[in-house]
Design a binder for this molecule. Structure first.
Ligand code: ZN
Length: 284
């Protein structure tokens, strides 16, 4: 199948919701910037009548339910981004289910609808923890967006092959609809230009050039990607620090350019565009 599919997604977490800060998850003590960050995104999407998928952290749903309500009120599709932003492969299957269900139920209680889409923090569903996909199906998720279809610092899912949607057939015969991230080879390294640090780092003309050449684009923006005033986490390793804080000043205008130059859909709209009977199938 050939695609012309650009999917707009966001991971809704605050600047401190990451694995390098406060191992005890005592996150309450940090400056809350999520309201401002989400409002900036929602305002931009509303004036364009643009819909996205928002993968929300359960911790945010618990502490700041108004954020989830606001996103839902604007008619966006809401997914789950785990409860405490732990990498999926650091959990046992049982712990993964516990963390994910906690988040799923928190979000569902707020929006009054079933949550059917999931993205693991850091694309952390890899060939070493495929049980996570089975667990997601068992928990009632229809879509997964956690795979990095090449080698990655965290392992990746090289055998997935192409960056395009596929039906993953699980060992129990059930399936999950996968929308992976899209990757770009730069100097021999697989990178993601459609969100996060590399989106902020590379000039927009290059982002646009790569995007034009990609039949399938899966974006993943965070409120902090557009927040030049966020506090800096001093303890981050140098590379991570660079990736976290590069290009914050101009990233929002790059995002606006991207929305001008490409037509985007959310996961549910993308689902309608895929011929699931004839799509590539991957057996686990
Ligand atoms: Zn995240």
């Amino acid at each position: 199948m050939t695609y012309n599919m650009h999917i707009l997604t966001f991971d809704i977490e605050d600047w401190y919701n990451c694995d390098f800060i406060s191992e005890d998850f005592n996150w309450d003590k940090y400056e809350v910037r999520i309201y401002e960050g989400v409002e900036r995104i929602l305002f931009e999407l509303e004036r364009r009548n643009q819909k996205g998928t928002f993968f929300c952290l359960g911790w945010i749903a618990e502490k700041h339910p108004d954020i989830i309500r606001q996103i839902h009120r604007q008619g966006h599709h809401i997914g789950c981004h785990s409860y405490q932003h732990e990498l999926a492969f650091r959990f046992t299957k049982e712990q993964f289910i516990e963390d994910t269900l906690k988040s799923k139920y928190l979000i569902e209680d707020i929006i009054g609808e079933k949550v059917n889409a999931f993205r693991a923090p850091g694309f952390s569903i890899t060939e070493n923890n495929i049980w996570a996909l089975e667990a997601l199906s068992e928990m009632g998720f229809e879509y997964d967006c956690s795979l990095f279809p090449a080698e990655h610092d965290y392992g990746g899912f090289k055998s997935y092959g192409k960056s395009e949607p596929a039906k993953i057939i699980l060992s129990n015969g059930a399936f999950i609809k996968e929308f992976p991230i899209n990757i770009q080879k730069v100097f021999g390294k697989n990178i993601v230009f459609s969100g996060g640090g590399f989106f902020r780092f590379f000039p927009y003309c290059l982002i646009r050039f790569w995007a034009k050449q990609s039949p399938y684009i899966m974006t993943y923006f965070h409120p902090r990607d557009f927040d030049p005033c966020q506090p800096m986490i001093k303890s981050l390793p140098a590379m991570r620090k660079f990736k976290s804080y590069i290009g914050l000043k101009h990233s929002f205008s790059k995002f606006q350019h991207l929305l001008n130059d490409f037509d985007f859909v959310n996961i549910e709209q993308a689902n309608e565009m895929v011929d699931w009977d004839n799509v590539r199938k991957i057996k686990l």
